[in-house]
Design a protein around this ligand. Structure first.
Ligand SMILES: Nc1ncnc2c1ncn2[C@@H]1O[C@H](COP(=O)(O)OP(=O)(O)OP(=O)(O)O)[C@@H](O)[C@H]1O
Ligand SMILES: [Mg+2]
Length: 308
């Protein structure tokens, strides 16, 4: 944690209050907070951790329309070889866990299988973006952790976030020294075939101060670049798109626009993308889904880094 004053317990209380007290408020939910009495140190951006807590607690609240019990807490666990094999994607080691359980409606296996997909929601139009858990997933993965879900219809849900345990409280590099994500004023050509992802990314970049030109495919991107005479500082492109990948587009555009920076994004993990040779090593790469802060940091680094 970046300073001695930060304590996960107060983060939990703050976000639980935020989720339950926001008018009209929910007074039909009993809250139990169970914090491990020992130090549970982990390396995570505190602002992002609070987002994770808020999203999980808000989901638990929404799953209990007729009231119920919300339990939020922290604990330490050690995963040995056998235990880590039982939990998909985990490695053996010491973890700090944050759990959020509810006695709400629960989930069918079909819903449970899709909850981390960006824009997946079962809420009526206008009441859920379907980005809450995608955001949580991105943040936890970035911090080297995992999210586990146990739920059955009518049986409530239990979300467990596992974060690697740290032996000592070394300072964490924050997104920026003033606690705000880095911003900029440059022009970014955003190429993404999924309209909702494109709009959201564009909004995130716009609020960080950038000028954004949107294109849904490589051909449109080339046209846009042509039209504005190559006045583009960064190409932010999806790696895999119908009608031509981001890599060929990047090669063509860097050849024409001197000093152009390139940042790839993809729903595949960096490892898969690199192993399959979809993009070459040494390229700037942002895994999807990403948080606004992760996007801001990756964009700033690509713009300030060496040209490709
Ligand atoms: N605690 C829970 N109990 C039951 N279902 C849940 C729970 N948490 C998540 N879900 C299911 O997962 C879906 C996706 O959750 P997510 O947080 O990503 O989006 P959302 O809550 O629908 O929208 P938003 O987060 O923008 O309000 C929810 O619509 C719901 O179907
Ligand atoms: Mg949600």
């Amino acid at each position: 944690m970046p300073d001695q004053g930060y304590h996960a317990g107060s983060a939990v209380t703050r976000q639980v209050c935020r989720a339950l007290d926001t008018p009209p408020g929910r007074h039909d939910i009993e809250v139990v907070i169970e914090l491990d009495s020992d130090a549970c140190l982990t390396r995570v951006d505190p602002g992002q951790l609070e987002q994770v807590i808020l999203n999980l607690v808000a989901n638990a609240r929404d799953a209990m329309p007729a009231g119920g019990m919300l339990r939020v807490g922290t604990a330490k666990i050690v995963l040995d070889e056998a235990a880590s094999r039982r939990h998909a994607e985990t490695n053996p080691g010491e973890y700090v866990t944050l759990f959020v359980t509810d006695t709400g409606v629960g989930m069918t296996p079909e819903v449970r299988a899709r909850i981390f997909e960006p824009f997946f929601t079962t809420k009526p139009p206008g009441s859920g973006t379907g980005l809450g858990l995608a955001m949580c997933y991105g943040i936890v993965k970035q911090s080297g952790g995992h999210v586990q879900v146990e739920s059955d219809p009518g049986q409530g849900s239990r979300f467990t976030v596992l974060l690697p345990r740290e032996a000592s409280a070394a300072p964490v590099p924050a997104a920026a020294s003033d606690g705000h994500p880095p911003a900029g004023h440059e022009t970014i050509l955003l190429v993404e075939d999924d309209a909702s992802v494109r709009e959201l990314t564009s909004r995130m970049l716009g609020s960080a101060g950038y000028r954004v030109i949107e294109a849904s495919d490589a051909a449109t991107a080339r046209e846009c670049a042509e039209k504005i005479g190559g006045a583009i500082d960064l190409l932010l492109a999806d790696v895999v798109m119908p009608g031509g990948g981001g890599q060929e587009l990047a090669e063509a555009m860097t050849a024409r626009i001197p000093g152009l920076r390139v940042l790839f994004m993809s729903g595949y993990t960096a490892d898969v993308v690199l192993r399959q040779g979809i993009v070459q090593e040494e390229v700037a790469f942002l895994p999807k889904p990403f948080s606004p802060d992760a996007l801001a940091v990756a964009v700033r680094e690509a713009l300030d880094g060496p040209a490709t």
